[in-house]
Write a new protein. Structure first.
Length: 298
């Protein structure tokens, strides 16, 4: 919708979803752009036939820009997760992207033009406890794109990984409802305790304090799409810069491991207090911005 309602009218968007009966909210958000600069198509990234049918509707099976966004999360102790659920994550987040790129890249190569924009995650760069499979799927995405990049550049195709931290979408709610079903079956009591008493409360506070809106991520995505020389990686949340700096500072991985261990097991109260403080500052900043707007000062 952000692209389709671009004030300069630069984009014609084919927005896709796997279940077209859910298109109501998208149609509403698109408003007058619907049928003009925004069309809706069916596409399930896990279904090759659906990808082919969708692309067959495009002239020359070509798009200038692919934004690959479909993704699902999975949290919990490894022992309580089913292999089927793990495969579903890899199928959607990784093989879904692979299938899309494989289907779209030949036309981009023929045109010697295109931009592949992939919504990855900060977890494509740094693993987080109890997100083992989700992080693995995003690491796979990053390795795939990194390998593809040089060949793509030869054909004048740009590749960009957009790497958000937590985002306030339906993603978080889906994660937690999945956890209620998992109920830590098959895990030892100590691990179950770490997950339910340490990870979950910290993760909820972290989402509440540091998350971005989907609209904000959309603005970042628009920015990389419009860049004269699109970056290969683009992180959308500066709050995660220190976490990534630890990794860069010590390639052995020891520093990052020790820092996470301390945050989780030694300085939990400090972590939560800092996150609450961040949340308060953000709330105050929002209030201030609103007041300035009301006074006509911004
Ligand atoms: N929310 C977050 O904290 C973060 C999210 N991300 C990434 O951002 C992207 C968007 O997630 P977000 O909007 O937050 O989460 P949502 O759960 O709100 O949206 C994910 C979307 O992916 C769609 N989807 C899932 N499986 C398929 C499939 N097989 N084919 C087509 N579409 C599918 C879902 O459709 P349906 O409604 O049919 O299930 C849903 O619309 C994901 O790649 C995610 O990994 C990255 C960093 C943080
Ligand atoms: C950083 C951090 C934590 C959790 C981070 C989370 C939960 C990040 C979620 C990111 C998402 C959802 C990315 C989606 O792709 C802990 C373990 C609570 C404590 C230690 C520091």
């Amino acid at each position: 919708v952000r692209l389709a309602t671009d004030s300069q009218g630069r984009f014609k968007v084919l927005a896709t979803m796997r279940d077209l009966s859910c298109r109501g909210p998208l149609e509403e958000a698109a408003g007058s752009a619907l049928g003009q600069t925004l069309e809706i198509g069916q596409l399930d990234v896990c279904d090759e036939g659906s990808i082919t049918r969708c692309l067959d509707k495009l002239p020359g099976q070509y798009v200038d820009i692919l934004v690959s966004n479909a993704g699902i999360g999975l949290i919990g102790p490894l022992e309580s997760l089913s292999l089927d659920d793990m495969r579903q994550v890899m199928d959607t987040n990784f093989f879904g992207l692979v299938q899309l790129v494989r289907a779209l890249m030949p036309a981009m190569k023929r045109q010697r033009r295109g931009h592949i924009v992939v919504i990855s995650s900060i977890m494509g760069l740094q693993g987080i406890m109890f997100n083992d499979i989700y992080a693995a799927s995003k690491f796979a995405v990053e390795g795939f794109c990194e390998s593809l990049l040089v060949q793509a550049l030869r054909f004048n195709i740009s590749v960009t990984l957009v790497e958000p931290g937590p985002v306030t979408s339906e993603f978080e709610g889906k994660l937690y409802s999945g956890v209620e079903q998992v109920d830590c079956v098959g895990t030892d009591p100590e691990t179950a305790d770490i997950f339910t008493r340490i990870y979950l409360p910290n993760s909820r506070v972290l989402f509440a304090s540091l998350s971005q809106s989907p609209e904000d991520v959309a603005e970042h995505t628009l920015k990389v799409i419009c860049a004269r020389r699109p970056p290969f990686r683009h992180q959308t949340n500066p709050a995660y810069t220190p976490m990534l700096a630890l990794k860069r500072a010590d390639p052995s991985g020891e520093l990052a491991g020790a820092a996470f261990y301390s945050l989780v097991f030694r300085h939990g109260p400090l972590l939560r207090a800092s996150l609450h403080a961040v949340r308060l500052c953000r709330w105050k900043a929002r209030k201030l911005r609103k007041a300035l707007r009301l006074l006509g000062l911004s």
